[in-house]
Write a protein that binds this ligand. Structure first.
Ligand code: FAD
Length: 454
């Protein structure tokens, strides 16, 4: 293929390998990886790809979980890597915001912000780049307190239709018209390529208290969540649940992970509950005491929602939560769903699916976990009796999505975005697509990748 002039590119198959493989094992082929270093170079690449009618896939950290950041196996799709976009890193302390190029990794952003006592408050078990985070609207484990990327994005620079657009600004209060940047957040690059973001920052957390709680039943989890929200309000920063199967596979997979449960007996479900705050005045009661007190109160409630509570070092407890994704992946062929519900429906869906999967797909083990505080459910199914055939996987995907969307009014894509694994449900979802993608006129043309910039 003819490459755009003056843009770094990789065409050697051996050097391209890392760009062609996704974290869930998906692999593709590509004639070239383009590595623009500035917004103007991205615009140049996109104009070139458009004029030569070359399909492409935008890629940032390549940690996405729906197969959307790697090319398909046609060998036609160019990879537009945004990982070299690193020319801007400006912190505005007075405004508690930053302007940052899309190619910075989250860990790097937070390492640099630490010296100012600030951080970008999206927390997850992978290390994505800012552009990919905006494109997928990453949620993460502290959504309950800080919201998602959308809630923390003030402005964007985007290349769309070959033009550079600057949308929004560091000004937090601005109602001079529609908020055009929103169309680019969480839409996986369909309407443009993100090259820079202006982000809200939060003061670093200096005090944390964490507990692993064994709920007395599934419905008790919600009773406990509401109790905590009423009693400690904004101090509550995480309320995550983990199923026994997901925890068991993680302990097995990560030998260094400590099993904190009495006699090593993993409960049916465990909750990770965290209180945190950025500052602690001398007269404030320590968070550990507050957490112990509110959980003790919960013990006294009618139908006590707690069976057991373990207090420990936050790093150790979070290590278990962050190990789940890889632990489940190591257990066997995995068919993963990223579902979103109202909070009560998370519990109802889990209960119903435990029954239905056992009856209709007995070879699948449910290894779920999720962010109960925001209704996010990582509904993972591991096949226990050998490889998964494509037809079987599709039938199972259709079945679960139908149950989640039609049966429980949920979303089939809570925080991981849209890609080859779930795009077909956009066409049929009554809940999430009042207008079909076709009505917007922005659906990727057949044979093209998921990005429409250029
Ligand atoms: C262990 C593990 C744990 C995870 N936990 C969570 C979690 O808790 N919450 C969560 O939300 N996600 C989670 N993820 C998923 C993933 O990390 C996020 O979706 C992440 O935000 C993707 O960012 P990325 O930079 O890796 O993007 P990529 O994977 O490179 O790309 C993701 C999508 O965005 C598009 N894209 C990338 N860059 C741009 C750009 N600059 N402009 C336009 N489009 C672009 C791509 O084409 C693709 O469609 C997890 C992943 C792993 C492996």
């Amino acid at each position: 293929m003819i490459l755009p002039e003056g843009i770094r590119a990789i065409t050697e198959p051996r050097d391209m390998a890392a760009y062609l493989q996704g974290v869930r094992g998906e692999t593709g082929r590509s004639p070239a990886v383009l590595l623009p270093e500035t917004t103007e170079q991205v615009a140049q690449c996109l104009r070139h790809l458009q004029s030569t009618e070359t399909p492409y896939v935008a890629q940032s950290g390549n940690t996405g979980l729906v197969g959307a950041s790697v090319p398909d196996d046609t060998g036609d799709q160019v990879v537009l890597s945004l990982s070299r976009l690193r020319d801007t890193f400006e912190v505005d302390l007075a405004n508690r915001s930053m302007r940052v190029s899309a190619g910075f990794r989250l860990s790097e952003v937070n390492d640099r912000l630490a010296e100012h006592g600030l951080f970008f408050p999206i927390d997850l078990g992978s290390d994505p780049m800012i552009g990919g985070m905006v494109a997928t609207n990453t949620g993460g484990a502290r959504f309950l307190r800080y919201g998602d990327v959308r809630r923390n994005t003030l402005g964007l620079t985007v290349v769309a239709e070959g033009e550079v657009l600057r949308l929004g600004s560091p000004v937090r209060k601005d109602n001079t018209g529609p908020d055009w940047k929103q169309i680019h957040i969480g839409s996986c690059g369909w309407f443009g390529t993100i090259t820079e973001a202006i982000l809200n920052l939060e003061p670093l957390v200096t005090e944390q208290a964490t507990a692993l709680v064994v709920p007395s039943s599934d419905t008790a989890m919600l009773t406990l969540l509401r109790h905590l929200e009423t009693r400690v309000g904004p101090l509550l920063s995480a309320f995550e649940f983990m199923s026994r199967a997901a925890m068991a596979h993680s302990f097995h997979h990560a030998a260094s992970l400590k099993n904190p449960f009495a006699r090593g007996e993993i409960p049916e479900t465990a909750l990770l509950i965290e209180l945190s705050r950025p500052t602690k005045a001398p007269w404030d009661t320590p968070l550990e005491e507050i957490l112990e007190a509110v959980l003790a109160e919960a013990w006294e409630l009618v139908d006590a929602p707690i069976e057991d509570a373990l207090f420990g070092r936050p790093e150790e407890i979070w290590a278990l939560r962050h190990a789940l994704s890889e632990g489940v992946k190591s257990a066997g062929p995995l068919i993963a769903f990223d579902l979103g519900f109202t909070r009560d429906k998370v519990i109802a869906f889990r209960t119903e699916m435990a029954r239905k999967i056992a009856a209709d797909f007995p070879m699948m083990e449910i290894c779920d976990f999720g962010h109960l505080g925001d209704g996010g459910l990582h509904f993972n199914l591991v096949k226990t009796d050998g490889p998964v055939e494509a037809g079987f996987e599709q039938a199972l995907r259709d079945y679960v999505v139908e149950q989640a969307v039609t049966g429980f009014g949920g979303s089939f894509s809570a925080e991981h975005g849209i890609g080859p694994k779930n795009i077909k449900y956009l066409e049929t979802s009554p809940v999430h697509l009042p207008l079909s993608t076709r009505d917007y006129g922005n659906r990727p043309p057949s044979g093209h990748a998921f990005n429409m910039g250029g």
